[in-house]
Design a binder for this molecule. Sequence first.
Ligand code: GLN
Length: 368
Amino acid sequence: MAYLVFKDGTTFEGKEFGEWSKSSAQLKEQEVVFNTSMSGYQEMVTDLSYAGQILVLTQPLIGNYGWHHEENEADKTRLQGLIVRELSEGEGSLHGEGSLEDYCQQHGVQGLKGVDTRALTRYLRQFGTLPGLLVQTQEAGIEYWANSQRKIEDKSEHWVYRSTVKEAYEIPGSGHLIAVLDFGVKRNIIRNLQKREFRIMVFPARSTAEEILRHRPSGLVLSNGPGDPEELSEGIAMVRKLYDKLPVLGICLGHQLLALAAGGKTYKLPYGHRGGNHPVIDIRSGKATMTSQNHGYAVEEASLTGSGFEVTLRNLNDGTVEGMEHLTYPVLSVQFHPEGAPGPEENAEIFDHFKDIVLRSSTQKGRR
Ligand SMILES: NC(=O)CC[C@H](N)C(=O)O
């Protein structure tokens, strides 16, 4: 048996899978979040935006279609824990290259199965996103939280820097050059840019604005990524130097950094948006789409006054900001994941829109 223990003593019981060899000295609480998607466990486990978190999946049967390396969103995971109701070995999968369980074991993800994920999700919805601890005995959990006041300050690097690529790399293409700032970029963002024939250069999160501009890109994509956007002061300063100089598309963390760079604010949502059926409305056209989402923070709408950005997309469940465009510069951003397709690929047109503005702005430059 193993347990997820919260500070208030609430405990959820399950059975361990994956990698559990951490010593008691390495015990550390992690933010517990839930995702309501019915499929896509592989994309979620390898989405670096989940770095430093324990992910609860509300879909009760997980692992049933196996593991296909091709579909990983990154070549690593930074997910700390995975909690499921029933874990399937995935024996029914065609051409499977292993199982979710194998992947968790090989990549250091602590798993807990057989958990009452419905009760756990209701708990998180009631009290908000909370830190929880995965332990092999309930006593270890109680002792950890009892001593938690004496804990020394966490000096580890922001998860973005533990997720980004080490060195810049290029992906050939026949079209304009797009710089991608990798805060933990999902492969499907890159794939969507490749589909539109762009040449791509992926830059580590600590690159400087000058390093990026030296390559004379025709557009910039600010990627998704983990953690609190306000804690990324270097990233915010770098985005501030760039967004008035070339067409920009911000996705999720990238969207939040754009808002912060322009003088806006972000805040923490009570329990986040994570799932494949979040309805979003385009304020101008009145058209609504279903989106894939994974974020715990959001842009404060009122803080955008005077920033030069206008809100273009809004969440139909809670009215939060889902997208914005700059009034003067060719800059747009979305809080959701246009590369994540919850069924139909209805939001991929965001990438087409970005391609249009890159082409338009490079022809204008050519004429000048
Ligand atoms: N997927 C993302 O880019 C997430 C952005 C940010 N870490 C948040 O949770 O809000």
